[in-house]
Design a binder for this molecule. Structure first.
Ligand code: ADP
Ligand code: MG
Length: 317
């Protein structure tokens, strides 16, 4: 499709009234959060007739960033580099994926850009506003904060290994479950909104690189360390079925699995207080550790297999 036709198609299919001028006029004094991401073919994803999923992934990551900052996502801008080997129906599928996320989380497409390119690349810029007067940052963790995580960890990495044929499962139902978990994550905007209003949340981050890596971002920015209760790391019932298949990776994967988009947050509140809010939104919450003072060894994991204890994780950072 030729550029202007494609813009026209996007404008129509997204009912995007802000598209068309040199700049988008947002008529808002509310925006105080902006985030940007780039996804490049063969770096962040492989093309395998999965254009809808690539679309979903492109926007989910950005919406998640705004939510993890204690914000409400508002507008997004979509830049796409289109290689010659994409056809019209590929692009339409991709846009359908974007649209699905934009509807679900109520974010409006406000503009973008299109160019030819060697590989498929997508860059989304998203704006939002903070729920409170200030954002929830990575740098606010305090000594004795409890560390909480939403949902289950590990499923996304299993899905990725299945997609890349690094793992095989005979059970189709299981396989589909994990592949889906790699592409379609649930985000929790309403939960975060209530949480920020009712509780003192000192720091928060979404899991894009993996639990340990992202926790480390909080610890580095907050100049703190953490003790993690290894046995408390939450996994799904489906994941638990893989104990024999994954062998020694079974304990490790939930700690390193990326693109989970679950939230890690720290708070002086106890589990009961946080969980009473999470329950209203049917969200699973687990207390996985505690923030400690600044130490050289930033994460100490209790109760893990000996090989992976304390230093083992560094290998994956
Ligand atoms: P300019 O030459 O000023 O950059 P364009 O022709 O690129 O203008 O864009 C015209 C309008 O279409 C602008 O409002 C722009 O934001 C919008 N637009 C272009 N590409 C996209 C895209 N991929 N997604 C959404 N809107 C787009
Ligand atoms: Mg342009």
């Amino acid at each position: 499709m030729e550029e202007f036709k494609l813009i026209e198609y996007i404008k129509r299919s997204f009912n995007a009234n802000l598209i068309g001028d040199d700049s988008a006029f947002l008529n808002s004094e509310q925006i105080n959060l902006i985030s940007k991401d780039i996804l490049v073919e063969d770096v962040h994803f492989k093309i395998n007739n999965n254009f809808f999923e690539i679309g979903v992934k492109s926007l989910i990551a950005n919406v998640s960033d705004i939510i993890a900052s204690g914000g409400i996502p508002l507008y997004f801008f979509l830049a796409i580099g289109i290689p010659a080997y994409l056809n019209e129906s590929n692009l339409k599928e991709f846009l359908k994926g974007i649209k699905k996320v934009s509807k679900k989380y109520n974010v409006e497409l406000a503009g973008g850009d299109i160019s030819k390119s060697e590989k498929f690349f997508i860059s989304v810029t998203i704006t939002g506003k903070t729920i409170l007067k200030y954002p929830i940052t990575r740098s606010g963790a305090k000594v004795n904060d409890n560390i909480f995580v939403t949902g289950n960890l590990g499923d996304s990495e299993v899905g990725l290994r299945l997609i890349l044929n690094k793992l095989s499962l005979h059970n189709e139902k299981l396989k589909n479950y994990f592949v889906k978990k790699h592409f379609f994550q649930k985000l929790y905007p309403e939960f975060v909104e209530t949480l920020c209003k009712k509780c003192k949340i000192n720091s928060m981050i979404d899991i894009s690189d993996g639990f340990l890596q992202d926790l480390l971002h909080i610890l580095k920015m907050s100049k703190k360390s953490a003790v993690i209760f290894g046995k408390s790391i939450p996994t799904s019932n489906y994941y638990k079925k893989l104990k024999k298949v994954l062998k020694t990776d079974f304990q490790r994967i939930p700690l390193i699995s990326g693109e989970e988009y679950q939230l890690i947050f720290t708070s002086p509140e106890n589990f009961e207080t946080i969980n009473s809010i999470a329950r209203d939104f049917k969200i699973k919450i687990t207390e996985v550790g505690k923030i400690k003072g600044n130490k050289k060894e930033q994460i100490k994991i209790l109760d893990m297999f000996e090989k992976f204890d304390n230093l083992g994780y560094r290998h994956f950072l």
